[in-house]
Design a protein around this ligand. Sequence first.
Ligand SMILES: Cc1cc2nc3c(=O)[nH]c(=O)nc-3n(C[C@H](O)[C@H](O)[C@H](O)COP(=O)(O)OP(=O)(O)OC[C@H]3O[C@@H](n4cnc5c(N)ncnc54)[C@H](O)[C@@H]3O)c2cc1C
Ligand code: FES
Length: 342
Amino acid sequence: METLAFQVKSKIREGPEAATLLLETADGSIPAYKAGQFLTLIISKGGRELRRSYSICSSPGQPLAITVRRVVNGEVSRWLVDEILPGQWLNSLPPAGKFILETRPKDSRLIFFIVAGSGIVPVVPLLRQLLAEEPRSRAVLIYQNRDQDHILFNESLLDMEARWGSRLQRIILLSRPMGKGNIPHRLTNLLLEQLIRSQDNGMGETLFYLCGPAGFMRMCQFTLSMMGYAPTQIRKEFFSAPLAPGAPSDIDRTPRNITLFLQGQTRQLVCSYPDTILQAARRQHILLPYSCGGGVCSSCMVKCLEGRVRMSINEVLGPAEIREGWVLTCVGYPQTDLVLRY
Ligand SMILES: Cc1cc2nc3c(=O)[nH]c(=O)nc-3n(C[C@H](O)[C@H](O)[C@H](O)COP(=O)(O)OP(=O)(O)OC[C@H]3O[C@@H](n4cnc5c(N)ncnc54)[C@H](O)[C@@H]3O)c2cc1C
Ligand code: FES
């Protein structure tokens, strides 16, 4: 399994709860990545290995940076925001993720970015990319936050608005705004529908990028489908994985042989019920990439060249990828012998 080592070059506070870490490899090279992708940090604490993903807030070609928001009682986020110091090293999987944008310079699209809290992190590079590479397209950012102090990247967003004018519409909603007379706004189904209708005249292609807490994502998804938008128009990035549901009770329980093509090597393993492919590999000391363990991040995706895999949950692979044979090992159960290629 390929891993990267990054030194923290600097740490910049972003409001009361977050920090941006600027990361550099030993030889100063910048790994290839796309706007909207994330790093999965691998951290050893008390003899345990913890993996946490953090979206990249920089744009391709710029020095790599991630922004972390402290989670109450969170094991890794508190350490990254409050304790880690410049000079310390972090291990990571290579950049990954499918919350990306294929720009089409001749198109004229309307793209809504609907985010809450740290959900803004992957969206900032996506906005930069869209505005720079698709000159006829427009972006609408709907950003729910607590109060003025907690708005991440406020200055970058203001700069972008000044630079791109009416091509970027910025709608900031504060649930507990500071200052007398400021009215609290919380994104509800009704408000979201009103905001979308006020921007979308139905003339061109419309896309939606959603990133925020699980309940917020559910509300947005439900509203969009009630408004008649198709699932293919919606891209989602979940920051937290639901507990994986476990092995479905009605699957084939025969132990299956798996052939893995991984970094130029061929490995064999046996997967027995109720292990997922990832669990079986770990049990047999074969290290495969993964992060969330709950079917939401795509770090563990692999191409199934032969055989059938049943996934207990899948929030990230689209129908086209499934047709091409991609599967998630963290929630995948072999239904036949398999040949998998990374
Ligand atoms: C693709 C992706 C991209 C992401 N990008 C970002 C990003 O850009 N910025 C960002 O800040 N975050 C991001 N995240 C979220 C991040 O990966 C972490 O999940 C987050 O930082 C919390 O990790 P933690 O170790 O601090 O919290 P954890 O220790 O995992 O705890 C999370 C919560 O669960 C509770 N908890 C933990 N264990 C228990 C238990 N046994 N019983 C009850 N409650 C418990 C904790 O109290 C806490 O509230 C991303 C996640 C994904 C999947
Ligand atoms: S590890 Fe995140 S989807 Fe499998």
